[in-house]
Design a protein around this ligand. Structure first.
Ligand code: MTE
Ligand code: MO
Length: 429
């Protein structure tokens, strides 16, 4: 009993090597693949959808990476070995304030929506994965290697992306390099593939698939659905994923439609602090003793030395309001919240930078975790909407949203909006 599969496997292997690789019982044979849906038209339609979609994913991904300002300071840089792959980095702007929210919303929502298209595309060409001989010529060998990078890279990017969005930090600290380097491998193979295949794909579309190719089964089974029907099926799957994901880009009732958005983290509850929480105070190990008024001091260092400010002193400084969202790399974002606090550039002025705010290095009370410190660039410090917030929506910050004080900067990714701030060091980084 237990040995049967082994012998079966061995027998199959012998058939493959000695007898006939065209035996239709083997996946190496075209006759093994019987779906009448496979063919040039079906593959080309899906391929062209992916051509547009993957290009947008790649570009929004690169932009998202630039938003971390990784070239500013090693603490922001999750991929220190990137070398020339960081050629395009630029100083992330503070306008429009919804820039990161839009970019990352598109990246994650589109990525999730394309999953059925990717799977259908892979299914449509799977016979080629098994085709023998492995290579007919050097050119054919190179093409197949590039296909392995394409398929492997594509699956890798979708899987790491979905895991990061759904399970948060399954890759402690290493999601960024994996997803970043994976993206370059995938996209390089993707570009090569597009250059090779796009002319054929366009021709196939014009000819409505009348032309035959190796994807067409030589002994097709009875169709149970038309090719158009199958495309509708894939499209409906995408639509369903879209409809159950897109709500995480919004607040209120729309957020509740995001059935596929991650759950089980901090429950936002209701009231002024009732918007999405990334890491709770409890998770970050922030206790009430260290945030109490008599214990907590903000330590600000700069050109003229160090000042220590109690929360009462901070609240006595000129306070300003700005309406800004929180937008996380994981794709969720909140609508604008009303933050109130001290301008970052006023804090810079306290330590000797009256008219020329420099970069700042921000540290949290939090002792462990990748996001307990971040660097902000001079343009972010100088923006009058950038605050060390004490209040949100007319109330004290809740512990989960960063009490006693948190950073909020327009257009920046959520990770730069450090919570439970303890120390700010101004000076060019
Ligand atoms: N100290 C600290 N600050 C932090 C984080 C953290 O883990 N620790 N998470 C960041 C991330 S990734 C996001 S998206 C925002 C979320 O802010 P919110 O929980 O108030 O919505 O906080 C940021 N600030
Ligand atoms: Mo985040």
């Amino acid at each position: 009993m237990g040995r049967a599969p082994v012998r079966g496997g061995f027998a199959a292997y012998r058939r493959l090597m000695r007898d006939d690789p065209r035996d239709p019982r083997l996946p190496t044979s075209p006759g093994f693949w019987r779906s009448p849906l496979r063919g040039p038209w079906f593959t080309s339609v899906l391929g062209l959808v992916l051509l547009a979609g993957v290009t947008v994913l790649f570009l929004t991904g690169l932009v998202s990476y630039a938003a971390y300002n990784p070239d500013l300071s090693p603490v922001n840089d999750k991929t220190p070995g990137k070398g020339i792959l960081g050629f395009y980095l630029f100083a992330w702007p503070t306008d429009p304030p919804w820039l990161y929210r839009l970019n990352q919303g598109i990246h994650v929502t589109l990525g999730v929506t394309l999953i059925p298209v990717l799977l259908a595309k892979l299914w449509s060409v799977v016979p080629r994965l098994f085709a023998l001989p492995p290579a007919r010529s050097l050119a054919h060998a190179l093409e197949r290697i590039s296909l392995l990078l394409l398929v492997g890279g594509g699956l890798f990017e979708f899987v790491t992306g979905v895991l990061n969005v759904q399970l948060d930090y399954v890759f402690p600290g290493s999601f960024y390099p994996l997803h970043f380097y994976g993206a370059w491998v995938f996209f390089a193979a993707f570009v090569a593939h597009v250059l090779l295949k796009a002319p054929t794909a366009l021709r196939n579309l014009r000819q409505r698939g009348e032309e035959k190719n190796d994807l067409v089964s030589p002994r097709p089974a009875e169709p149970t659905v038309s090719r158009r029907g199958a495309l509708w099926f894939v499209g409906s799957g995408s639509l369903l994923l879209f409809a159950t994901t897109v709500g995480q880009n919004f607040g209120g009732p729309l957020r509740r439609t995001a059935l596929l958005a991650p759950h089980g983290g901090g429950e936002p509850g209701t009231g002024p602090n009732g918007f999405q929480i990334n890491k709770t105070a409890a998770y970050a190990g922030i206790g009430t003793a260290e945030t109490a008024d008599d214990a907590w001091r903000l330590v600000v260092t700069g050109r003229t030395g160090t000042v220590r400010l109690s929360r009462a002193r901070l609240a006595g400084l000129p306070l300003h309001s700005s309406a800004l969202p929180i937008a996380c790399v994981e794709g969720w974002s909140t609508p604008d919240q009303w933050w109130r606090g001290v301008r970052l550039r006023d804090l810079a002025a306290l330590v000797g930078y009256e008219d020329d705010p420099p970069d700042v290095f921000v540290e949290s009370l939090q002792r462990h975790g990748a996001f307990r410190k971040a660097a902000l660039r001079a343009n972010q410090v100088a923006d009058p909407r950038s605050l060390l917030a004490l209040y949100v929506n007319g109330e004290e910050l809740s512990p989960d949203h960063g009490y006693p004080a948190r950073i909020i900067v327009p257009a920046a990714p959520g990770v730069l909006n450090t919570k439970w701030v303890a120390r700010m060091t101004f000076g060019d980084l």
